[in-house]
Design a protein around this ligand. Structure first.
Ligand code: ADP
Length: 633
């Protein structure tokens, strides 16, 4: 039984390898690209929401600190207008005597001390300082002409003068609040309070707050970081710079711009500013970004800006981005691993199913074949039974034929046997009568000789009957026979005919043992020699050759005569039963048929040759008992 190789054939290698190769080539770059993409999205979302959250928080801080600035500024607003009520001030402005001046100086000094402002002074309508709280100081404003100051110009026109500037006397920054002093509806002078706002800067620094206040010109006047002070948050044209320089508002300090590397407006009053690494505003080596939230301060043209550093947020967003990328990579890895495992399981299942299917097919085939084999076995058994039956029938028929042949041969030979037995019987009668007479006469020698002859005749008759008995007896298919003995027995059976003819007998064979029953061999040889003798009846010099040779495990005995031979027509029917050319009761046509079947039954063969020199030769082949032939006879 053969297994079907198709069932176990592996998948085509090219088909299995190609998609895997493509996967291996394209999957890693794809995963890396997606990692980068998702990482960036994670970073962006985190930064976006971080800024939003910072913005909300910053808005509260902005409001808080802007209000603090507003209240700091507004608490001095009323102070200059109070001087309007002070009569010594109006007296001084009306009559500027040293006594009046000293009175006002003392008053302003005391007021300044209590209000904790930087300085309080009074100017006449020309802008000259008439009295001041710092009259004792070396750099006192007393007598100075400050008419160029914008706050004076506004106040003298009856408008509130608000001004941040750097003092032209001592170069000290301050917030100036000016008020036009009226008397009877007429401006008689200007009262000014100078306030220092640096305390707010210190407060911001202590609270680690990054903030600044920019004035109406966009110049930073207050800043938690001193480096940003007096920088412009808006671009300044040359013309503006020159105008500001001339006003001495910022003394002689150079006005540079705060130049961010990037400026992104997120919403109204909210910007994202990035300063370069080398900027004096960036604390370390990397670019620094801020969320800048700006709000106008009430009662002033100023703006308050709160800066929230985005470094931590950026770092956090980068971490989030990395986290997203790593999480994606992990998911991708798990997905690939799961997919590979699923494929392995699927392949195993498919292989198991294929194996199961192959097994089922195999079992089906085995069952089919077994059924076929059983059927053919049954058929064979039936055939064997039939053949045995036929063989049995044939054997029985053969035995019957052999027996019939024997009986026929006995019948044929009975005449010559009777003749053969009658002769000695007649001789016995004569000899016994004579012997009686010789005994009566006392001739014992002659009587003794006659009795010896009688004995010999009885022996001869006994041999004849023994041969007949053995010929008629049923034989055995198996057995051993001595060729020499069988030839002798056959010749003895034809003894009378042999002795009555001038037959020349040529014996050239070995005394071998052949595989056939002794009686059957004798029967065959009786037939062959008998036929030869019949054929040579008309031959004046009859000759019979008995020649033997061993060949291929068999012994071949050729029985050749120089008789009349066999004509062409008779040759065709020689071994057919009841074929005979002998006249009347002489032939039955069974001898050759029986002999051939007896030889074949033991694995031998009987054939015929027609020598060119004349006569006929029958060749009897029989299996040898021992492969080595015995001595020649
Ligand atoms: P039967 O001797 O009774 O005729 P056989 O079967 O022995 O039957 O022989 C058949 C015939 O074969 C014989 O009638 C004879 O014509 C022929 N035959 C057999 N042996 C010889 C022989 N040695 N020479 C010539 N003819 C033979």
């Amino acid at each position: 039984m053969k297994c079907d190789s198709n069932l176990y054939r592996a998948a085509m290698p090219s088909l299995a390898v190609k998609p895997r190769l493509i996967r291996h080539l394209f999957l890693p770059p794809l995963i890396i690209a997606m990692m980068i993409g998702l990482g960036y999205i994670g970073f962006w979302v985190s930064e976006h929401y971080g800024i939003h959250s910072l913005g909300e928080n910053g808005q509260r801080q902005l409001e808080l600190h802007a209000r603090a600035v507003e209240s700091e500024i507004s608490k001095y607003t009323y102070l200059p207008s109070l001087l309007e009520l002070e009569t010594s001030v109006s007296q001084l402005l009306a009559d500027p005597t040293p006594e009046h001046r000293q009175t006002v100086n003392d008053y302003l000094e005391g007021l300044n001390r209590r209000s904790r402002s930087r300085a309080i002074y009074v100017m006449d309508t020309t802008g000259r300082v008439m009295a001041t709280s710092n009259w004792r100081d070396v750099d006192s404003y007393l007598g100075e002409d400050l008419s160029f100051r914008a706050y004076f110009q506004n106040a003298v026109r009856g408008q509130p003068g608000r001004f941040y500037g750097i003092g032209s006397t001592n170069g000290e920054p301050g917030y100036y609040l000016a008020h036009g002093l009226e008397e009877h509806g007429k401006i008689i002078g200007v009262a000014v309070v100078k306030v220092r706002l640096e305390a707010m800067e210190e407060r911001w620094q202590r609270a680690r707050l990054e903030a600044f206040v920019s004035d109406e010109n966009g110049i930073i006047i207050l800043s938690s970081d001193p480096a940003r002070r007096l920088k412009s948050v808006v671009p300044l044209s040359e013309e503006t710079k020159e105008k500001l320089a001339r006003s001495l508002q910022y003394y002689w300090f150079p006005l540079n711009e705060l130049q961010p590397l990037a400026r992104e407006i997120l919403s109204e009053g909210v910007e994202k500013l990035t300063f370069p690494a080398n900027s004096e505003l960036a604390s370390d080596d990397e670019n620094i970004s801020y969320l800048a939230q700006t709000r106008p301060l009430g009662d002033t043209p100023w703006n308050f800006t709160l800066l929230t550093p985005l470094q931590d947020l950026r770092r956090e967003a980068i971490n989030q981005g990395i986290l997203v990328a790593v999480a994606f990579a992990l998911c991708a890895f798990l997905l690939i691993a799961w997919n590979e495992r699923r494929k392995v399981i699927a392949t195993r299942l498919a292989a198991r199913e294929a194996l199961q299917e192959a097994n089922n097919q195999l079992e089906r085939r085995i069952t089919e074949r077994t059924t076929d084999l059983r059927a053919s076995n049954e058929r064979l058994k039936g055939q064997i039974r039939e053949r045995r039956l036929a063989e049995e029938t044939l054997r029985r028929a053969q035995d019957e034929l052999v027996q019939a042949g024997k009986l026929a041969a006995i019948g044929q030979m009975s005449t010559s046997i009777a003749h053969e037995l009658n002769q000695p019987l007649a001789a016995l009668r004569t000899l016994s009568g004579n012997t009686v007479r010789f005994l009566e006469r006392g001739q014992l020698d002659v009587a003794s000789t006659n009795l010896k002859t009688i004995n010999e005749l009885i022996d001869r008759m006994g041999r004849i009957t023994a041969s007949l008995r053995s010929f008629a007896r049923r034989g055995d298919d198996k057995g051993q026979a001595c060729l020499g003995k069988a030839v002798d027995a056959a010749l003895q059976l034809h003894g009378a005919r042999v002795e009555n003819t001038p037959l020349q007998l040529h014996r050239h064979f070995e005394a071998v043992q052949v595989q056939i029953d002794q009686t059957r061999l004798e029967q065959i040889l009786v037939n062959l020699i008998g036929n030869a003798l019949d054929a040579m009846q008309a031959q004046p010099q009859p000759e019979l050759w008995l020649e033997g040779e061993a060949f291929d495990g068999k012994y071949r005995l050729r029985v050749r005569d120089n008789g009349h031979g066999i004509d062409a027509e008779a040759r065709k029917h020689l071994f057919e039963p009841f074929f005979t050319t002998k006249p009347g009761e002489q032939g039955l046509g069974l001898g050759l048929t029986l002999s051939a079947s007896l030889a074949a039954a033991t694995g031998g063969h009987l054939g015929v040759e027609h020598p060119s020199s004349g006569g006929t030769a029958f060749v009897l082949s029989l299996p040898l008992v021992s492969p080595t032939p015995a001595e020649p006879i």
